[in-house]
Design a protein around this ligand. Structure first.
Ligand SMILES: Nc1nc2c(ncn2[C@@H]2O[C@H](COP(=O)(O)OP(=O)(O)OP(=O)(O)O)[C@@H](O)[C@H]2O)c(=O)[nH]1
Length: 495
């Protein structure tokens, strides 16, 4: 997605500043101009960008900063915080509670991905043990009910709708009543969209809302909407009590920044993003986590969530134990590759891991990378147990490499390339040595135990330098308040 480019441009601007011998007003202005340009190119609303620039200049006041202050770190921190502020309305949205009935109404323009997102939202909660249900109150688009029915059936989620009834209010009320009686705890109402914002759409939305009294109205917005996003989001907010936003199609070539400005227009948080057409291509959105990932700082908690989701429960403590011992064996690499292939869109997973993304999987070459991983796995299939379980790559001498190449139908050069990859990953993961292992299922303990030393070891060196080394990181952690906040910043604390 183009947002990755935005992150790259901002990181580069910070890096250039970092390379300057003296940090003065001029260097800061140049850096901020670069960041401004990048944000505007990504379609973030002009006023937001201007405010951000003014705020940073206020925070980094050279007259007030005594010599010896780590200006680089202060600027880095200010940029991070301002980016977060831009995406954070300051108040959380209504959060439905499992086991207690909530009605959630989805609104948005036609084609924004509303119907798809309703199912993704239901499926996401169903996986976590909720009892969701879908109501199709879109009587405007022929085929909307069929689409919802198909999606719901696939995900085994109860649904309600009608081929003959043309009154959306009536369907919505009947559906909500039925599912309340059936004790569903998350009743999702999909409403009609139109090609553009028009009075009829807003009137219908208001009526459905009045009749069903939703606990939360979610505005669904296509990320490719660009600069028009702000006005569109505001128009919806003025007609209905939008409480949260979901931005869809973040996997495409959309610039994304425009849709993210929707936060400012609706003063409501983005709670999820859609990253593909499939049911599980849906990620919860956490501002600090998103910004750290945008700036290439890695997303630990996202990664931990994925481990949680994909690595079978009984294997998790074992895997973490092995990592904490610093024994990254070929078998672990094999198992991780297996998990990664299971996890679906490979780029999402890799972008969460510091050190993994750029080398193993260059952007836009996901298919190739997937093929490469499969190739590596075939070669590992020709290895002995001893080789797989050893953390000593010396076992892999020339004659073994020849055998493995022959056994797997590959060239020696390929085996050697795979071993290089193994060494690179082992080096990164060896830095996790000494990490305290949480009790089964307690991921927050893992986050708490990742102290500045660990974080320092796994952050990209350039990023660490920008922050001011491990000591800079430590004081940043203190400044950010509790360790929970800090882990949030680097994507740690679980919810
Ligand atoms: N790539 C990608 N496609 C998506 C995503 N979300 C939805 N889509 C696709 O966008 C198209 C429109 O989605 P719908 O869910 O039908 O749109 P809608 O807003 O419900 O449209 P109306 O019911 O007419 O209002 C479909 O082809 C979806 O598969 C996403 O996150 N990524």
């Amino acid at each position: 997605m183009v947002l990755a480019q935005l992150g790259g441009s901002i990181s580069r601007a910070l890096q250039q500043m970092n390379n300057a011998t003296i940090i003065d007003e001029k260097v800061l202005t140049e850096c901020l101009n670069e960041i401004t340009r990048a944000l505007l190119q990504a379609d973030v609303e002009f006023k937001l960008v201007r405010d951000m620039q003014t705020n940073i200049k206020k925070i980094v006041n050279f007259d007030d900063l005594a010599t010896g202050h780590n200006k680089r770190r202060i600027i880095q921190e200010a940029v991070f915080n301002e980016l977060c502020k831009m995406l954070d309305p300051g108040k959380p949205s209504f959060i439905p509670k499992k086991g207690k009935t909530s009605v959630v109404m989805f609104v948005g323009l036609q084609g924004s991905g509303k119907t798809t997102t309703c199912t993704k939202y239901a499926f996401y909660h169903q996986k976590k043990g909720w009892k969701p249900a879908l109501v199709c109150a879109d009587t405007f688009r022929a085929g909307a009910f069929d689409q919802l029915k198909q999606n719901a059936t696939k995900a085994k989620i109860p649904f309600y709708g009608s081929y003959t009834e043309s009154d959306p209010v009536r369907i919505a009320v009947e559906g909500v009543e039925r599912f309340k009686k059936e004790n569903c705890d998350l009743i999702i109402v999909d409403t009609s969209g139109r090609h553009k914002q028009e009075a009829a759409l807003f009137e219908e939305m208001r009526q459905v809302s009045e009749a069903t009294k939703p606990d939360l109205v979610i505005f669904v917005m296509d990320s490719s909407i660009g600069q028009a996003a702000f006005d569109q989001a505001r128009a919806f907010k003025q007609s209905i009590a939008v409480g949260a936003v979901i931005v869809t199609k973040m996997d495409g070539h959309a610039k994304g920044g425009g849709a993210l400005s929707a936060v400012a227009a609706t003063k409501s948080p983005v709670i999820f993003i859609g990253t593909g057409e499939h049911m599980d291509e849906f990620e919860d959105f956490d501002v600090k986590r998103f910004v750290s990932r945008l700036l290439g700082m890695g997303d630990w908690s996202g990664f931990m969530d994925k481990i949680h989701e994909v690595v079978p429960m009984d294997q998790q403590p074992e895997l973490l134990q092995k990592l904490s011992e610093g024994n990254f064996t070929l078998r672990i690499m094999y198992e991780q590759f297996q998990n990664i292939l299971k996890m679906g869109p490979i780029s999402q997973v890799f972008s969460m891991l510091p050190g993994f993304s750029a080398e193993l999987m260059p952007k836009g070459r996901e298919k190739e990378s997937q093929a490469k991983i499969k190739r590596y796995m075939t070669m590992m299939d020709s290895m002995t147990n001893e080789e797989l379980d050893s953390a000593n790559p010396k076992l892999m001498n020339e004659s073994r490499m020849i055998r493995i190449a022959r056994g797997s139908g590959h060239k020696i050069k390929d085996v050697s390339e795979m071993m290089d990859e193994y060494r690179r990953l082992a080096k990164i993961w060896s830095k996790m040595k000494g990490l305290k292992i949480p009790k089964k299922g307690d991921m927050s303990a893992l986050s708490r135990n990742m102290n500045a030393q660990h974080m320092g070891k796994v952050l990209p060196p350039q990023m660490l330098k920008q922050i001011g080394g491990v000591s800079g990181l430590q004081s940043l952690m203190k400044q950010m308040g509790s360790s929970k906040d800090m882990m949030g910043m680097f994507g740690g604390a679980d919810k």
